[in-house]
Design a binder for this molecule. Sequence first.
Ligand code: NAD
Ligand code: ZN
Length: 264
Amino acid sequence: MTHAEDTRNSTIIEVAHRLRDAQRVLFITGAGISAESGLPTYRGIGGLYNSRDTEDDVPIEVALSGPMFKNRPALTWKYLWQIGSSCIGATPNLAHKIIAEVESVKSDVWVLTQNVDGLHRLAGSRNLIEVHGHMYDLYCTVCGQDYTAKDLLSNFGGVPSLPPECPSCHGVIRPKVVLFGEMLSESVTQAMIELINKDFDLVFSIGTSALFPYIQDLLFQAQSNETPVIEINPAITEVSQSCQHHIDLGAAQAMQQIWTSTHQ
Ligand code: NAD
Ligand code: ZN
């Protein structure tokens, strides 16, 4: 065993002991937790847009922004479709499943995800805050009519085209997701305030580049409460330095090893 593997194994055992003894646990997750379910990430290991713009010559954060959607909905939809289409048929991986299992055996477990893929929900997590919404519910931006992903996929019985149009008023349809530069919903903001005021025993940051200020705020709050923060990410991120432990493995493998070690 190399020195690095040895260090990683003792970190996993230490984290497993902390998890075994904890009741109040927060999991903050990002695109990386769904990588092993076949969904691409934007940044970091395997990221589609690490050192390049989209094929429309704008950064992904601009392509998927509120102002771009207003001006050029077809362009934003091209990139919404990239995530949306890979969600079709995707299933939760071991990391999502173990997190749901942790919730079922402990008293106060929360998941705050930036993902729009709905995989935590499918895995059975119930104390779940999907900060950026999800791709399954949609609405018409003109008449407000609600639609589902199923309606969209069948394209209301017509020829598929982007941006999708409302069959009643021909307005542009969009998913109930928060685009870059848009505000979080009031209910999400309220839920985040409640989380920030909770005193967790343990916080995990899994598969996120942790670039959003509200994610960093949660992590810094945990640190100021002296709550250990464990980062699971094969890459180093902006917050790695300030986390108590960094496990440089994929989310499924890391969670499996941690969860198995809590039972030993
Ligand atoms: P990000 O793309 O910026 O970062 C992904 C992180 O995951 C990187 O740090 C990368 O190193 C890490 N990673 C890669 N493979 C991993 C693995 N197997 N296990 C653990 N970590 C792994 O994603 P973000 O921080 O979530 O922010 C991007 C924004 O884009 C978010 O708003 C998110 O909603 C959205 N997005 C969502 C999805 C999704 O719903 N699945 C996918 C792509 C982007
Ligand atoms: Zn309409």
